[in-house]
Design a binder for this molecule. Structure first.
Ligand SMILES: C[S@@+](CC[C@H](N)C(=O)[O-])C[C@H]1O[C@@H](n2cnc3c(N)ncnc32)[C@H](O)[C@@H]1O
Length: 297
């Protein structure tokens, strides 16, 4: 850590005196209160990014003044946050499964909910030291990279339709030194044709087009969020096509919306998957479903 730039000091927009770190944080938290449930945290994370320090640094340097250059950049990033831009796009990073992932507006910001899927995938593969895994719609690479970090002997294929997303995922893998991944572009199961996996995992888009929640997600790529009029288009495709790429006893593990558990179980059973099971997350919501292929239903 190094101290913030000091000179010349600038006041927070509403102040008369040059603003110190503490003043700027109070101003920023106030400016974000209306738009964010985590206004103070957002204010701190955005300032840490500019000062290249951690949150403890903000306490240590609470009385130091910000330089004009940093103050201007901070005010600009607080304004973008106030207009709804997610913190992760402003800082360009998001932690997932304790991995520091770089994110851009080309990829969905990985959610803590998806760590639940990673946990379940690892349990599912606990007896398999060198599994073959596929992550469909990898985005930033979150699921594939988390699994790679836990299963060094696994071979993992990560796919996406978006070339930009794949570039981001590939870059994250390089930064993290995770080498056992292969990145392929294509439509759901198409890039896996002719191969069989122990586990196919996916957090596909599952929001219905026209869902009012999309307004709050307007900075994220629409293709990462929506899947047809009922939100099930991608889930249907994956459930239908995955059997051609699963080993006998291999699993398809899907994240889905909290109200879609019943529907996904129905799709899997209808297609002939066995041991279909949905698990609830810590909030008691049905967020992930698995089905095994090639066993008696
Ligand atoms: C909900 S995001 C999940 C991203 C990442 N796996 C995560 O959990 O953070 C869905 C991803 O699916 C990709 N996608 C959308 N349609 C696709 C398709 N037809 N084939 C492959 N990937 C697709 C999107 O580009 C996006 O990266």
């Amino acid at each position: 850590m190094h101290p913030p730039e000091l000179n010349p000091p600038v006041a927070p927009p509403q102040g008369d005196a040059p603003g110190c770190v503490a003043d700027w944080l109070s101003w920023a938290a106030g400016a974000l209160r209306e738009v964010s449930d985590s206004a103070r945290l957002d204010a701190e994370v955005l300032l840490c990014e500019l000062l290249d320090c951690n949150r403890a640094g903000l306490v240590v340097w609470a009385e130091q003044s910000l330089s004009a250059a940093v103050a201007l950049r901070y005010a600009a990033s607080i304004e973008r946050r106030r207009l709804g831009e997610p913190v992760a796009y402003l800082t360009g990073r998001r932690e997932f499964w304790s991995l520091d992932l770089l994110v851009s507006p080309a990829v969905l910001i990985p959610r803590p909910d998806t760590e639940f899927l990673v946990e379940w995938a690892l349990q599912q593969l606990s007896d398999c030291s060198a599994p073959q895994i596929a992550d469909l719609g990898t985005g930033s690479g979150a699921i594939a990279l988390a699994l790679a970090s836990e299963k060094p002997a696994a071979r993992i294929v990560a796919t996406d339709f978006s070339a930009e997303a794949l570039d981001q995922a590939r870059y994250n893998a390089e930064r993290l030194g995770l080498k056992q991944l292969e990145f392929r572009r294509g439509d759901w199961l198409v890039p896996l044709a002719g191969e069989r996996f122990d586990l196919i995992a996916s957090n596909p888009p599952y929001i219905a087009e026209g869902d009012p929640h999309l307004a709050a997600l307007r900075f994220e790529p629409r293709r990462a969020l929506t899947a047809g009029a009922d939100g099930l288009e991608a889930l249907r495709r994956i459930v239908d096509e995955a059997p051609a790429c699963l080993k006998p006893g291999g699993g398809l593990l899907l994240e889905h919306g909290a109200a879609q558990g019943d529907l996904v179980r129905g799709l899997m059973r209808e297609r002939g998957y066995a041991q279909v099971e949905t698990r609830r997350d810590l909030n008691g919501l049905e967020r992930c479903t698995i089905g095994l292929w090639g066993l008696d239903p």
